[in-house]
Design a protein around this ligand. Structure first.
Ligand code: ADP
Length: 398
């Protein structure tokens, strides 16, 4: 069975074609500047075929999908003989609200429900919906599945997902913590249980997804019991450019003092804050590491704040679960930055965590970086959201 995994943004579309017999990626690619002019980078990963990397007109997502199918099936760049070999499509969808606690086969009723979730993710969900509609148009009745970033977090108890504001806002408007990166937290926690050789039902895990956007998740017995992102992905940890937790009084103060509106304020909190805002250097942790090494105090402060917040939130989840068996690092920073992992692990001394510096220096593989006698285990597990989407699609359509 071959499954096409699609992650559609407002002007971009990422894809992977995965062979489920071997769970190997046959081809992957990225359409960019959809609706502007259009560019496709298509990389076949079997058969020694060349990479296609050229401008292509893409007035809408439909042309983008058509171009992807064309390349996947072409003699020169293709990895399958025809579209008939693509058995199903899995779509990443950012927000499933309270309607979707798991992945679902797409039909007209699901499309209507996705529309109803737009107010929760006004930037992301319309793009995801456009991607699905374009696929249905180009690929006809090929079965399709929606996999939600929020679904894994639907097991949180009310005490974790409720905000302490008047209850009507939850009842009437669905305002609550939803959480994001659920597909990633689900993948790495399941993989961690495999690596530990124990049923996930017996484990208390803390998953730290640290990328450009970052969130932490407490997973007790395989179920999410708390997570750091909220109604939107803006809160929790300070991130590349997002502020993380912030006293809402600060928002009122800045807006009043500088006479700025809510849209500009949110733009500042989403795009100009986080480690970029504090350091004034970059949102990229590689740049921060380099600047800090050259003695830039604000870059060091931004790094210190990030590490402190990861430790602080993870520590609160130890309390929430009354213990922890393993801590997982994943995503761009979690998978690649040994200095960030080491700095965060320093805070976990009280848990009996000791890190093996040699293991911590390795990259690109699932690895336990704590010493064998460490009371709480620490793992680096490269995330693979596309594989989860493909597996769910297979389970539902297979
Ligand atoms: P996204 O949240 O956009 O999916 P990723 O998970 O790919 O992001 O993470 C991207 C971030 O990973 C980059 O912004 C960079 O800060 C960080 N990163 C990548 N490689 C390294 C590295 N070697 N050292 C430190 N940080 C890294």
């Amino acid at each position: 069975m071959k499954i096409l995994v699609i992650n559609a943004g407002s002007s971009s579309l990422k894809y992977q074609l995965i062979d489920m017999e071997t769970e190997s990626v046959l081809a992957k690619g990225l359409c960019e500047r959809i609706g502007i002019d259009g560019h496709l980078k298509h990389t076949p990963l079997i058969g020694g075929k060349p990479v296609f990397d050229e401008d292509l007109a893409m007035p809408t997502h439909s042309e983008a999908i058509a171009a992807v199918i064309d390349k996947l099936t072409s003699a020169e760049y293709g990895v399958v003989a025809s579209m008939k070999e693509i058995d199903a499509v899995g779509h990443r969808v950012v927000h499933g609200g309270e309607k979707f606690a798991s992945s679902v086969k797409i039909d007209d009723a699901v499309m209507a429900a996705l529309e109803e979730c737009i107010p929760f993710a006004p930037l992301h969900n319309p793009a995801n919906i456009t991607g699905i509609e374009a696929c249905r148009k180009v690929m006809g009745d090929v079965p399709m599945v929606a996999v939600f970033d929020t679904a894994f977090h639907q097991t949180m108890p009310g005490k974790a997902y409720m905000y302490a504001i008047p209850y009507e806002y939850y009842q009437n408007d669905g305002i609550r913590r939803y959480g994001f990166h659920g597909t990633s937290h689900r993948y790495v926690s399941a993989r961690c249980a495999e690596l530990m050789g124990k049923p996930i039902e017996e484990l208390k895990l803390i998953s730290c997804h640290m990328g450009n956007g970052s969130s932490i998740c407490a997973i007790d017995g395989g179920k999410c019991v708390d997570t750091s992102m909220g109604f939107t992905p803006l809160v929790g940890l300070p991130m590349g450019t997002r502020c993380g937790d912030l006293d809402s009084g600060v928002i009122q103060f800045i807006m009043n003092k500088y006479g700025i509106g809510i849209d500009e304020m949110l733009n500042i909190l989403n795009k100009k804050s986080g480690v970029l805002g504090v350091s004034g250097v970059s949102s990229d942790f590689r740049d921060l590491d380099a600047a800090a090494a050259e003695g830039n105090d604000r870059a060091q402060l931004a790094l210190d704040m990030f590490h402190y917040w990861v430790a602080k939130v993870a520590g609160s989840y130890v309390a929430a679960m009354n213990g922890v068996d393993a801590i997982i690092f994943t995503a761009g920073v979690g998978e690649n930055s040994k200095s960030s992992r080491a700095a965060i692990a320093e805070y976990f001394g009280y848990l009996g965590v000791t890190i093996d510096p040699e293991a911590n220096a390795k990259r690109g593989e699932d690895i336990m970086i704590s010493t064998p006698d460490s009371k709480v285990k620490v793992f680096v597990i490269p995330t693979n959201e596309e594989l989860v989407i493909a597996r769910d699609t297979k389970a539902i359509c297979g």
